[in-house]
Design a protein around this ligand. Structure first.
Ligand code: NAP
Ligand code: HSE
Length: 454
């Protein structure tokens, strides 16, 4: 067996923003601990930036230089690993293709890139027998990639459910515990370095969908295109629903979930999506606050495994990037997808979102008149929905009972319904019927509900 190299591992880093600053700090401050584990030094040679004159959060490491030329990373024979921490899709794709083509290992925190173009990059890395590592791409500092790829290899994974976006969780936590306005909480998340350059990716659930697609690949070895995932973000979550959820003993969390239906993800299917969900306060997921993330994985042999930690920010994410670099420094061969035969994912059989079932929270703004509850219950029953709990509030902030422009009384009083398990198709059909009803004043609000299993 070949002796592992003792020469320093040389890095070319693309980007010198939040995550790259965390990485550089960790490589500098924890140098001895990392040397003890990697068996060799890890040094930075080049850092690619757009604006070399910009003030940086940390100093350029000794022996390294800034550059604005991408070629300086993959054309430099001294550089062993290209670490992509710039964000976006097109330019990083070009950089990683050129780097793999030039025989460099690559490490990235870029989940959008891997969710959208991963098949191409994994195929190229496999052809060249190079590392394509992405621990930092899913849930910041939580070692979920390694857990699924290595720790749970002996399991058939049954379900995955998690809080996959730190920014959304931060916003919902601030709204829920401090009554902060959505926009202010988002501004704070941006200032703390949690949000994507385009925060729409965070608040519309797209970043969580990218991560979910990566988790599905790792868990089942299949490709579930992001464009086919059912995705709802948190931009429409109102303080009213956060408060009602609390009254029922729930917290609203943006959850990504995936479930194996039957025995095989390629043949029987995967049910998956991203959506704001009411999580019962007795569940650990309900207690995950701030920019923390958490993932619960269920395997047939291991049972339930729960991972919790910081999901965003410079140091947690830098920690995950550094872990991938140390693995490469140790000299082990690549294990990028976690699968060997076949090594590359095939298409998943996708269970349509309408065929999924769960409990639901539904809020209707209704006329406060006799018979309304009876009529709504009838629509629910016609669509096979059994009601578990119902509460009608007699005031909606004191402003109801007037006339809306369309002749309906406005804006009505909140009627909150918690259903038993119901098919999404039935719920959506009932809500469409109710939307057209004169006693319902606003489009209904609905969220799935995650309860503790008895
Ligand atoms: P960031 O703070 O915006 O930093 C991006 C860096 O990349 C900047 O230094 C920028 O250079 C450089 N850059 C961008 N486009 C470039 C180009 N075309 N040419 C040269 N340099 C370019 O971003 P970040 O928050 O560190 O995120 C980086 C990646 O990590 C993203 O893929 C993100 O999704 C992922 N990620 C972030 C976190 C987090 O908590 N922030 C967590 C996990 C994963 P200038 O400084 O000169 O403009
Ligand atoms: N914007 C992302 C988040 C960064 O808030 O979770 C971590 O991937």
């Amino acid at each position: 067996m070949a002796e592992p190299s003792l020469a320093p591992l040389m890095l070319g880093i693309a980007g010198f923003g939040t995550v790259a600053s965390g990485l550089v700090r960790i490589l500098t401050e924890n140098r001895e601990a990392i040397f003890a584990r990697a068996g060799r030094d890890i040094r930075v040679k080049r850092i690619l930036v757009r604006d070399p004159g910009r003030q940086r959060a940390v100093s350029v490491p000794e022996g390294a230089a800034l550059t604005t030329r991408m070629e300086d990373l993959f054309e430099d024979a001294d550089i062993d690993v290209v670490v992509e921490l710039m964000g976006g899709v097109d330019i990083p794709l070009l950089l990683l293709e050129r780097s793999l083509g030039a025989g460099k290992h690559v490490v990235t925190a870029n989940k959008a890139l891997l969710a959208e173009t991963g098949n191409r990059l994994f195929a190229l890395a496999a052809e060249k027998n190079l590392h394509l590592a992405y621990e930092a791409g899913v849930c910041g500092g939580i070692p979920i990639v390694q857990t699924l790829r290595d720790g749970l290899t002996a399991n058939r994974i049954q379900t995955l459910v998690g809080i996959l976006n730190g920014t959304s969780n931060y916003i919902l936590s601030e709204m829920s515990t401090k009554g902060m306005a959505f926009d202010q909480a988002l501004k704070q998340a941006q200032a703390l370095g949690y949000a994507e350059a385009d925060p729409t990716l965070d608040i519309e659930g797209i970043d969580a969908a990218h991560k979910l697609a990566l988790l599905i690949r790792l868990a089942w070895g299949v490709d579930y295109p992001c464009s086919r995932l059912s995705v709802r973000g948190i931009s429409g979550v109102s303080p009213l629903d956060i408060a009602h959820a609390r009254e029922f003993g729930y917290r609203i969390k943006l959850l990504g979930h995936a479930r194996l239906v039957g025995d095989c993800a390629r043949d029987s299917g995967i049910e998956a999506g991203v959506r704001p969900t009411l999580v019962h306060e007795s569940l650990l997921l309900a207690r995950v606050g701030g920019a923390y993330n958490a993932v619960r994985v269920e395997g047939d042999a291991v049972g339930s495994v729960f991972l919790h930690g910081r999901g965003a920010g410079d140091m947690p994410t830098g920690s995950a990037v550094a872990a991938d670099i140390v693995s490469i420094a140790r000299g082990a061969g690549p294990n990028n997808t976690g699968f060997v035969r076949p090594a590359l994912p095939g298409p998943a059989r996708i269970i349509p979102p309408l065929e999924t079932y769960s409990r639901f929270y539904i809020r209707l703004m209704v006329s406060d008149t006799p018979g309304v509850l009876r009529d709504i219950a009838a629509v629910m029953a016609e669509n096979g929905i059994s009601i578990a709990q119902v509460i009608q509030k007699d005031q909606a902030g004191g402003s109801y009972g007037g006339e809306a422009g369309d002749g309906r009384a406005a804006p009505g009083v909140p009627l909150i319904i918690m259903t038993h398990e119901a098919y999404a198709a039935g719920v959506y059909k009932a809500l469409r019927t109710l939307t057209d009803s004169v006693v319902v004043h606003e489009p209904p609000v609905h969220y799935p509900v995650l309860v503790k299993r008895s």
